[in-house]
Write a new protein. Sequence first.
Length: 115
Amino acid sequence: MDQLVNKRQAKSSSMIWILKTIVSIGILSASVAFAAWMASNRKPPANRGSATLVPTVNVFPVEQYSGDLDFIASGSVVPYREIKIATEVGGMIMEKSPNCEAGKYVHAGDLLFQI
């Protein structure tokens, strides 16, 4: 009984594969035939002649601007570079240098904190 069911399933799956193949080939050949028909019925573009096109432009003299320039923008400001500093000793910070603020530049040897 199992052998009969297995033979039917094998025959059924091979028939489905053949049917899928035939349908795929039919769709592909119909697409190629339609594309060939469209290409053969294409009309050449109409010759409109060579019309001279003149560009439309406005020319203004350059004037020097002197005065305030207001610029309004919205968003958040982020730093270009941010450095995190950690100490190698433990303790309380007793004094913080005024150079140790956001946006300030420090040089080698500058005192930043007293621990």
